[in-house]
Design a protein around this ligand. Structure first.
Ligand code: AQP
Length: 330
């Protein structure tokens, strides 16, 4: 049976090593029996103050990085969210299904919203996210803890819609990925490495950083006050993060086994820098090749959007009919 995988990345910053190891590499490594739907979530970048030219640049960069990471456009559907208008159309129907109480409890809105000049879309975007999920009839959505609330809402809305208007949506289950890779910020190992950190943030390795920049960031990584290399994410988050990165970038053995091979932080950091540079090199080379072929990339993304629309349109049509909207005469 085909396993369905769905994921979107908001172009809110240049993608990081965390995005690569935690998402893109996993998408590319997923077996041939995986039916992958991967999109650049450009509409989600509009919920907070943004700069149009930067958004356009990051949308393109993110799409290129999807392809450069090895997502095969013949096996998967890769596209830009706003090229598939069904997302917005279904999001509106879900806004007409959601209650203000439940949207007001969403963490993002509580943390970043609630001010007079907060964009209205920061309040309603969980409905767009629910549409992102429900349009592709995904049965299981693999998410890390920070996204639980969104999948729960998508489930609640699907169940409520089905109960009120008749069976329309597949109700998605929340599934935990087997290994929840979480790459931490090298300068602050208790936080996640985040693409929306400041552009020059020293603890955030970007997928397109040059080898020199990668090495400098890794060599400056915060470690711990003693000098023993051992794996313990709770008491030694900095060193453990480096060991996890090394294991994910081709190091042979688990982080704990790798730890036993080092007696100094300096040697470990050199190997981590080499491993990260080595892991990113082929991606960067493919990125450069794709950049030189903009027409080809446009075609791939257009084909992805067409395929996504073929999947999404019948689901939207079902929802429109169920909720009582009429079709225009043809
Ligand atoms: N540090 C990380 N370690 C492991 N996986 C990570 N991912 C992101 N950071 C790490 C994975 O990448 C995909 C996209 O995640 P995201 O947090 O960048 O999500 P988003 O919805 O695109 O961004 P947000 O929520 O708008 O946050 P900002 O703008 O702050 O980046 C996911 O699969 C995630 O697990």
């Amino acid at each position: 049976m085909n396993h369905r995988m769905l994921s979107g990345i908001t172009p809110s910053g240049s993608l990081t090593l965390g995005n690569y190891l935690g998402a893109l590499k996993r998408f590319a490594d997923a077996g041939h029996d995986t039916d992958g739907t991967f999109f650049v979530a450009d509409l989600h970048a509009l919920t907070i103050a943004h700069e149009p030219a930067r958004l356009r640049r990051l949308t393109r960069e993110t799409a290129l990085l999807f392809l450069a990471s090895g997502i095969d456009p013949d096996r998967s559907t890769a596209f830009v969210q706003s090229h598939v208008p069904e997302h917005v159309a279904l999001a509106y129907l879900l806004e007409c299904t959601a209650y203000v109480g439940e949207l007001g409890r969403m963490v993002q809105f509580k943390e970043k919203g609630g001010r007079p000049r907060t964009r209205a879309s920061l309040f309603t975007y969980p409905c767009l996210m629910a549409a992102d999920i429900l349009l592709y009839e995904t049965d299981a959505v693999p998410v890390g803890g920070d996204q639980d609330q969104h999948v729960e809402l998508a489930r609640d809305l699907a169940v409520r819609f089905n109960r009120t208007y008749g069976e329309t949506f597949v109700v998605p289950a929340l599934s935990r990925p087997a290994i929840a890779a979480r790459v931490a910020d090298l300068a602050d190992p208790t936080s996640k490495m985040d693409k929306s950190a400041l552009e020059g943030a020293s603890g955030v390795v970007r997928m397109l950083d040059s080898p020199d920049v990668v090495r400098r960031k890794v060599m400056r990584a915060v470690t711990d006050s003693d000098s023993e290399v051992s794996y313990d994410p709770h008491t030694k988050p900095g060193v453990s993060n480096l060991l996890e990165i090394l294991a994910s970038c081709g190091g042979v053995g688990s982080p704990a086994v790798l730890a036993s091979r080092y007696d100094s932080y300096g040697a470990l950091k050199q190997d981590v820098a080499d491993a990260v540079i080595g892991a990113l090199a082929p991606v960067q080379a493919r990125y450069a090749a794709l950049e030189a072929e903009p027409g080809h990339v446009d075609e791939v993304l257009a084909a992805g959007a067409r395929r996504a629309r073929e999947r999404a349109a019948p689901v939207l049509d079902r929802a429109r009919a169920a909720i009582g909207l009429s079709e225009p005469a043809s």
